[in-house]
Design a protein around this ligand. Structure first.
Ligand SMILES: Cc1ncc(COP(=O)(O)O)c(C=O)c1O
Length: 369
C-alpha cells in the first residue's frame, strides 16, 4: 500500500465540479484582480478568525513582508522570532534590512519559547514574530503580557483556525499572516495569502501597501508592492472555505488516532508523539513525531514500505548560509538543532483512510533499529 505524505487528488475528487464552475465563472467575468471573489474571501476569513479586517495578498511570504512594512520595520531594526520555521519568516525581516533575533524553541511543541522573549528585547526591537508551527499556536500569554511596547506579527501560515485559550490564531497580535499555498489546510490552486488585523489604521495601510502604496490608481502616498490575490485563487478558496473546519477536525481526529496507536505500540525504540497544549486547538497542518536516535533510519524504512514522510525543517535558520552574516553558530539554539535532527512528519489529511493509517503504524512497528 502507498500512503503519500499528502494526497490533494482525493480532496479535488470531492469538489471537482464545484471548483471547475467557480473557475469558469471568473473566466466568464474576465475580472481577475481585486473583485467580488477576493472581497468575499476577505469577509469570510475575517469572520472565521474573529478579526475586524482581512486583506488578501499574493502569498504567505508577502503577508509577512507587508505586515512588517506596515509596522515601519526598516534597516537597523530587530525582529524577534524562532530559528525553527519555514525560511519565509526570517526572510521577510531581512528583506527590509532588519535583523532577525532568534530565540530557541520549546522542545515539547517546537514553537518559540515565548517565556524567553522579554529577555532579548532592546531599544531596536520593532516587532515579535511567533510562528504557530504545524497548526498549534505558540504560547501567547508571555508575549501579550509585554503589551503595546512591541507589536506582535503572528506567522499563522500553518494555523488557520487554531486557538490558544479560545483566542484565534491571527487575531491575537497586531497583524496575523496566513498562507493558502496548495498544501495548507486551506489551500488554493497556486500561491495566496491573507493578513488580518483589528486595527483600522493598519488595515487601511495594508490595503495600500499590497497595491503599490496607492489609495487610488496612480496616486501613491508611499511605496508598496504588487501583492494582490487574484480572483481565480479567491474563487477556489471560496469553494473550500466552508469545509475548512470539518477538514481541520478530521485532521485532529486522525492525529489523536495516531498518538493513541503509537503510544500503545510497545515500540522497541523511543518515539515521542505530538504534545497538544492545554486549552489549545491544534489543527494538525502537520503531524510531527520525534525519534531521538533513529529518525533517518525510520524514514528510510517507511519509504521502503510506501509511506511518505518529510522533515520540517532539516536546517534551522541560524545555520542557513544566507544568514551567516548574523554570526550565529552551531549550538546557539540547541533545541532547534535537536528538533531538526529528530523530527519527522507523517501523512495526515482529512481523506486519510483507517487502512492507510494502520499501514503507517504497522510500518513503524516493524522498524527495528
Ligand atoms: C511558517 C510559514 N511561514 C510562511 C510561509 C510562507 O507562505 P507562502 O508559501 O504562501 O509564501 C509558510 C508556507 O509555506 C510557512 O509554513
Amino acid at each position: 500500500m502507498n500512503v503519500p505524505l499528502l494526497d490533494l487528488q482525493s480532496q479535488y475528487a470531492l469538489l471537482r465540479d464545484e471548483l471547475r464552475q467557480a473557475v469558469e465563472k471568473v473566466m466568464d467575468s474576465q475580472r481577475f484582480v481585486l473583485g467580488d471573489e477576493g472581497r468575499r474571501l476577505e469577509a469570510s476569513v475575517a469572520q472565521y478568525v474573529h478579526a475586524k479586517h482581512a486583506i488578501a495578498c499574493a502569498s504567505g511570504s508577502d503577508a509577512l513582508l507587508l505586515a512588517l512594512m506596515a509596522l515601519d520595520v526598516s534597516a537597523g531594526d530587530e525582529v524577534i522570532t524562532t530559528p525553527f520555521t519555514f525560511f519565509a519568516t526570517a526572510a521577510a525581516i531581512t528583506r527590509l534590512g532588519a535583523r532577525p533575533v532568534f530565540v530557541d524553541i520549546d522542545p515539547a511543541t517546537y514553537n518559540l519559547d515565548t517565556s524567553r522573549v522579554a529577555d532579548v528585547i532592546t531599544s531596536r526591537t520593532k516587532a515579535i514574530m511567533p510562528v504557530h508551527l504545524y497548526g498549534q499556536c505558540a504560547d501567547m500569554d508571555p508575549l501579550l503580557a509585554i503589551g503595546n511596547r512591541v507589536p506582535i506579527v503572528e506567522d499563522a501560515a500553518q494555523a488557520i483556525g487554531a486557538t490558544d485559550r479560545s483566542r484565534q490564531a491571527g487575531a491575537m497580535g497586531a497583524i496575523g499572516c496566513f498562507s493558502f499555498y496548495p498544501t495548507k489546510n486551506l489551500g488554493g490552486a497556486g500561491d495566496g495569502g491573507m493578513l488580518t488585523t483589528n486595527d483600522d489604521n493598519l488595515a487601511q495601510r495594508l490595503r495600500r501597501l499590497r497595491n503599490h502604496g496607492g489609495a487610488n490608481e496612480y496616486e501613491h502616498s508611499e511605496v508598496g508592492i504588487n501583492s494582490r490575490l487574484d480572483e481565480l485563487q479567491a474563487a477556489v478558496l471560496n469553494v473550500k472555505m466552508p469545509h475548512l473546519d470539518k477538514w481541520s477536525n478530521d485532521r485532529a481526529r486522525k492525529a489523536a488516532a495516531y498518538s493513541e496507536m503509537l503510544d500503545n505500540a510497545g515500540l522497541s525504540f523511543e518515539l515521542i508523539t505530538p504534545v497538544v497544549r492545554d486549552g489549545a486547538r491544534h489543527i494538525f497542518h502537520q503531524y510531527v513525531i520525534r525519534v531521538p536516535r533513529h529518525r533517518d533510519a525510520l524514514m528510510e524504512h517507511l519509504k521502503r514500505r510506501g509511506v511518505g514522510t518529510k522533515v520540517y525543517y532539516p536546517i534551522p535558520l541560524h545555520r542557513q548560509e544566507c544568514f551567516a552574516y548574523l554570526r550565529y553558530k552551531e549550538g546557539d539554539f540547541p533545541e532547534s538543532e535537536r528538533a531538526a535532527r529528530e523530527t519527522l512528519a507523517l501523512p495526515v489529511y482529512p481523506e486519510l483512510t483507517e487502512a492507510q493509517q494502520s499501514h503507517v503504524v504497522d510500518a513503524i512497528k516493524s522498524f527495528e533499529p
